[in-house]
Design a binder for this molecule. Structure first.
Ligand code: GLU
Length: 281
């Protein structure tokens, strides 16, 4: 099979060896099958995304010889596409506006004495789920901040649960269970899409048939598979690779300046030395 894969960094910091590991695995899979290696800037968080990080990503990849197939897709240029998807889900009654602050959610969790924990943290207790339409309209008119949440129970009822599977390389078919996530956020007033919605749509629109990314994103795949079923999008094959840690066994972070590829470049490291650090080269 010809592999169409991608590397999808968020330009909110400099790339580190963990990113290089992901990018080399994807690049190699594409290259070996005569496929395509796409690059996508996941820059929906407009407050944290910065041009200097985006520039460094291009420079790092070019320096390492991980050449990508143009054009680069920048999510910030496609907010209108995500808005259309949200409208479709909203017309089907599957998303609702939630006006809660983090504080209000935390207080409700404490008050109700039930704090189910999902893969992304405490599960939203549903405060705004059944809000009257008149109150919703009043809050919109007042200009209140809101998030658009997926009504998980209603959504799961719409899809055939047994079909919610994906193929994970060397593991086989994985049955998804998105319910423990609760009513996930699909957009916010200021950020008109979430990672989950944008990544699912973009992988489909870019024709990606093999997603190679870190194990930390494995739980998210349960949500992505659900969105694929809802939006009638194809399901790629997945490979979630192990994460690279530093000498102290901690996961590499964008905050750790010494681990940045840009720093290694500037310290005089050679590209093949960096590629060897992730066991490829
Ligand atoms: N943008 C995500 C990140 O930088 C990766 C998304 C993905 O590969 O699905 O962690």
């Amino acid at each position: 099979m010809v592999t169409i894969t991608r590397f999808a960094p968020s330009p909110t910091g400099f790339l580190h060896l963990g990113h290089v590991y992901s990018a080399t695995l994807a690049w190699k899979a594409a290259w070996e099958s005569g496929g395509r290696f796409l690059l996508r800037m996941e820059d929906i968080d407009q407050t944290r995304s910065r041009p200097e990080f985006e520039d460094a990503i291009y420079k790092d990849l070019a320096w390492l010889g991980l050449d990508w197939d143009p054009p680069v897709r920048r999510q910030s240029e496609h907010f209108e596409d995500y808005a259309i998807l949200l409208e479709k889900l909203s017309d089907r009654g599957l998303v609702y506006p939630c006006f809660c602050t983090r504080k209000e959610i935390a207080a409700e969790i404490t008050r109700s004495n039930s704090a189910p924990h999902g893969p992304e943290g405490p599960v939203y207790p549903g405060i705004c789920r059944d809000m009257a339409e008149s109150e919703r309209q009043m809050r919109f008119a007042r200009g209140d901040a809101y998030a658009l949440r997926l009504n998980m129970v209603k959504t799961i009822a719409e899809v055939e649960r047994s079909k919610l599977q994906f193929h994970e390389v060397s593991k086989g078919f994985i049955q998804c269970d998105p319910a423990p996530f609760g009513d996930v956020v699909l957009a916010r007033k200021e950020t008109p899409t979430s990672y989950h919605l944008a990544v699912t749509f973009d992988d489909a629109i870019q024709g990606v048939n093999h997603i190679i990314r870190g194990q930390d994103l494995f739980p998210s795949t349960h949500i992505h598979r659900l969105l694929q079923a809802l939006l009638d999008l194809p399901t790629p094959t997945y490979f979630h690779h192990g994460l690279i840690s530093d000498a102290k066994g901690r996961r590499l972070s964008k905050r750790d300046k010494d681990a940045a590829i840009k720093s290694l470049r500037e310290y005089g490291c050679q590209p093949d030395e960096v590629l060897k650090m992730v066991d490829y080269g």
